[in-house]
Design a protein. Structure first.
Length: 306
């Protein structure tokens, strides 16, 4: 059973929820805190604190990229890549989840500065903008931020000029989830979001088509149930070497894995369990859940032998 650890307001989780909807899956939901500490998540991830995290028994998937790849592997139909060329959608994600997401956060924070709880602003400021984070600068530069975002939403709007229903064609896929969650975020969390988006007529029509896909069938469970599922399961990921690994990593190596460019993110320690060009799996043991396999994408994560 797929368990997603997330919270309703999380935009990156909304992207994964749309993917769960696209695949029509039954899944379990554990609501995690929006700020650390996250005491019921740490036994699973070993320190990874970003949202969302997916769990299937004693296999734990960190980062939406890794989660979505695993969902496609386990549930290939309907595919997230209806027009083929999956690499194009993964590459698109490096734009939507990187610079475009940060610009959307700059807009939401800059416009909503007065209402942001100080603790939340300090935490997210460091995560997304680094130690130089300055909330008042985001408010001052709001017009420039809007200009950046308007041009980028324009790229998405242009995709529909030929009358297509979804970003890559007639059927929805990963590209749609990647674009949709940013529209969802700006509409829901920027006070002038609805007016700002109004000028993108085709984008708004597409937004309601994606919204109609829904989130699949979700049932809420408590964190204890998820931790029990990890404790009662065994990691299913097979041990796997990669003789061509560019870092010369081999199963059994003690490593630390850390998201690249995210200030204040603690490293996750464990022994390499499996290696592949797109994924690294590390093995950890924890008093509450026993042995777990923690999966990370390679793109966007640094792995260091210790
Ligand atoms: N690269 C990560 C980024 C995830 C991310 O930044 N998520 C936000 C929430 S939307 C987050 O973790 N915020 C801090 C937190 O939830 O503690 C992914 O794709 O999953």
């Amino acid at each position: 059973m797929v368990i997603l650890h997330h919270y309703p307001q999380s935009p990156v989780s909304e992207k994964v929820r749309v993917v769960l909807g696209l695949k029509g899956l039954d899944w379990r939901s554990v609501e995690i805190p929006r700020l650390p500490p996250k005491p019921d998540l740490m036994p699973l991830t070993g320190g990874y604190r970003l949202t969302p995290v997916m769990q299937v028994g004693a296999d734990v998937y960190c980062d939406s990229q890794c989660i979505i790849r695993e969902l496609e592997r386990r549930f290939p139909e309907p595919t997230l890549f209806p027009e083929g060329a999956p690499g194009m959608a993964w590459g698109l994600g490096r734009w939507t989840d990187g610079p475009m997401f940060r610009t959307a956060v700059a807009l939401v924070f800059g416009a909503g500065a007065a209402d942001l709880p100080a603790e939340f602003a300090a935490d997210r400021g460091l995560l997304y903008f680094g130690p130089e984070f300055d909330l008042s600068a985001l408010t001052r530069t709001l017009p420039e931020t809007l200009a950046q975002l308007r041009a980028q939403f324009g790229w998405l709007e242009d995709c529909f000029a030929d009358g297509r229903d979804f970003l890559t064609g007639a059927r929805p896929g990963l590209a749609d989830a990647l674009g949709y969650y940013l529209v969802w975020f700006v509409r829901g969390r920027y006070a002038q979001g609805p007016e700002f988006l109004e000028s993108f007529e085709r984008l708004c029509a597409w937004e309601s088509r994606v919204k109609d896909i829904g989130h699949g069938n979700m049932r809420a469970i408590d964190a204890g149930e998820a931790l029990d599922a990890a404790r009662d399961g065994e990691p299913a990921a097979p041990r796997q070497a990669d003789p061509d690994d560019p870092q010369g990593l081999t199963p059994g190596d003690q490593v630390e894995v850390v998201p690249d460019g995210v200030d204040g993110a603690p490293p996750v320690s464990g022994r390499v369990h499996a290696l592949a060009p797109q994924e690294i799996v590390i093995h950890r043991s924890d008093g509450r859940v026993g042995d777990v396999a923690v999966h990370f994408p390679r793109v966007g994560y640094r792995v260091r032998r210790v």
